[in-house]
Each structure stands twice: as C-alpha cells, then as structure tokens.
Design a binder for this molecule. Structure first.
Ligand SMILES: [Zn+2]
Length: 200
C-alpha cells in the first residue's frame, strides 16, 4: 500500500480531502519520549541501510532518477513526486519556520525535519494552530495519549503553486453532517455557519 501511494499521484485524494483529521493531544513529556524512541530506531535503521547501500535504492528512488515525475521548473533537477521537488520545497518550508511554533522545541524540530526531508506531501508533517480546528471531538484514550478528531479548515498541502508562489491545499467543503455535529454539546470549537472552506 505504501508503495502504491508513492507511485500514483492522486488515487487517494478523495480520502484525504474528507479531512476528518485525527489530532493527538499528548502530554508534552510523553511526546518527547516518543520522539527519542523514534530517533533511536532511526539510528539502527540507518546503519543497516548503509550496509545495504548498493541494493537499497528502492523502486521509488529509481522512479525519481528516471524522471517519472518530470523535472523541477526551478532547479531543473528530477522532481521527487508530481509537482514536488524535495530540494526546492525544503527551502520554502525553511523560509517559513519563523512563522509557526508548537511552543515546544523538540516538537518543532521533529516537524521541521519532516518538512526538510519530505519527498512528497505524504512524508510531511504540519503544525495546526488550535484556532484552525473545528468540531473537536474526543475519540479514544490510550496508554500514551488522548486522541481527538477534528475538522481542519485549511486542508493538507499537496503541492507548490508556482503562479501564486504559495502551497496548494486540498479544499474541503464541509457537509450537512458536519454542521449537525457542531450543535452536539460534546463538540468543542464548533464549525460556524459561514465556514464552508478554510478562510484565507
Ligand atoms: Zn527544484
């Protein structure tokens, strides 16, 4: 499934555009511990990958090198996905680092790393400010976190818009059920009547 997602550009657009995003609200210390665990796992994987370097060029990397996604109009290097150049997108994200923060340095670094290394929009994390979420609803509680689901006004980035020099995002038109949900007393930050899409 992961492989298919990487090869085809938009077969999964529909699923993503529904945009009932699950937001995890963790205790800060627990998040930091999880990040440390992820990092230590990466170290192990990296050393294994180095040993297998010659035959570890996966199918996705081959597709990039064979210009399956064409060339970047800005740097003329192979795109790493449809309308996505890792190097150029990385610079655009970096220029925006000063414009958002989670309030926690560890989490900021974790998200920034994903933005610097993303070969496509699926490898990307974004920080969503609370005021861009609507219909926040408790979903489940586990050993490490409480999980909520919510509507995200802006929608997920999927490519760079060269004309407007800004990110293109999935536009989500909210449906009747979303407005019905908004009057549920258990819902926090309800969706307002005038909100059909994310506001600029
Ligand atoms: Zn480029």
């Amino acid at each position: 499934m992961e492989f298919l997602r990487k090869i085809f550009c938009f077969p999964f657009t529909k699923t993503l555009s529904k945009n009932k995003n699950i937001i995890e609200k963790n205790n800060k210390d627990e998040i930091v511990n999880e990040i440390n665990l992820v990092n230590s796992d990466d170290d192990t994987n990296n050393s294994e990958n180095l040993n297998n370097k010659d035959n570890d060029l996966d199918v996705y990397e081959h597709l990039i090198l064979n210009q399956k996604y064409g060339l970047c109009p800005e740097c003329n290097q192979p795109n790493t996905y449809c309308d996505w150049c890792k190097e150029c997108c990385s610079k655009k994200f970096q220029q925006n680092f000063g414009n958002w923060t989670s309030g926690n340095d560890h989490i900021d670094k974790f998200i920034q790393e994903s933005q610097l290394n993303a070969r496509n929009s699926l490898e990307l994390l974004e920080w969503i400010p609370y005021n861009r979420l609507r219909n926040i609803e408790f979903l489940a509680q586990g050993g490490f976190s409480t999980i909520y689901k919510a509507l995200w006004l802006d929608g997920q980035i999927y490519k760079w818009n060269y004309e407007k020099q800004d990110w293109k995002r999935f536009e989500n038109e909210f449906d009747e059920q979303d407005y019905k949900d908004a009057i549920n007393p258990k819902i926090k930050n309800p969706l307002k009547d005038n909100e059909k899409y994310g506001l600029p």
